[in-house]
Design a protein around this ligand. Structure first.
Ligand code: G4P
Ligand code: NA
Ligand code: NA
Length: 191
């Protein structure tokens, strides 16, 4: 997506070979018009697939997921991160480990919000190692829902997230695919 790539080049900052800071339009301050364009792009790509809900992971996935849900005229469900196990019969839970941040959390979904009748699109800001998306897929399987795919704003293609998801038969659609980062260097996959 051209406008997102241009925004990344102008306002993104590569800290090192692994981390891209996008605090001025995604992770801290949020650009609503850009999020709306992103929502329209995901809605167009995933149209006519019978999607009933958009699922995202708190917190940075919420803005683009909401815009996508608005454009597709379906609800958005936010998967919550809880620090420790809260035992509750109505909650599906799965442990997710983050390599980038070196932390782990219980990703949770209430059984009241997603059912076997749902066909879900997962939206998140970054696709890095694919752990968050894989955890989301585990929760959706517990809910007996099906998944249309994973939409990411920024894919770090030099990390294994896409391969991990595709190996599970999941369709991945990323709006900006980064092939290389370095101090002051941001390169996109040539398509
Ligand atoms: P994975 O889900 O693909 O395996 O990613 P990973 O565990 O490596 O990433 C953990 C957190 O770090 C996620 O945010 C993810 O969005 C974020 N992240 C990964 N790579 C980058 C990067 O290059 N730049 C930025 N800005 N963030 C990155 P989170 O902890 O879930 O938090 P939130 O921002 O959604 O609240
Ligand atoms: Na995120
Ligand atoms: Na993030």
């Amino acid at each position: 997506m051209k406008v997102l790539e241009e925004k990344i080049l102008v306002e993104g900052r590569a800290l090192n070979e692994n981390v891209l800071k996008v605090d001025s339009f995604i992770n801290h301050k949020v650009d609503p018009k850009l999020m709306h364009e992103i929502g329209k792009e995901f809605a167009e790509h995933f149209k006519d697939q019978g999607i009933t809900k958009i699922v995202t992971i708190e917190s940075s996935g919420i803005a683009p997921a909401l815009m996508t849900a608005y454009e597709m005229n379906v609800p958005m469900v936010i998967l919550k991160k809880q620090p420790s196990k809260v035992l509750n019969d109505d909650l599906y839970q799965t442990l997710v480990s983050s390599f980038t941040k070196g932390t782990s959390y219980e990703l949770t979904l209430s059984s009241h919000q997603i059912s076997e009748a749902d066909h879900v699109l997962i939206i998140d800001d970054f696709l890095a190692n694919g752990e968050a998306a894989t955890g989301a897929l585990r929760l959706l399987r517990k809910a007996h829902a099906t998944t249309a795919g994973v939409g990411a704003l920024i894919e770090k293609s030099f990390q294994p997230g896409r391969e991990k998801l595709e190996a599970q038969g999941v369709h991945v659609y990323s709006l900006a695919r980064i092939s290389r980062l370095g101090k002051g260097v941001i390169e996109f996959v040539q398509e």
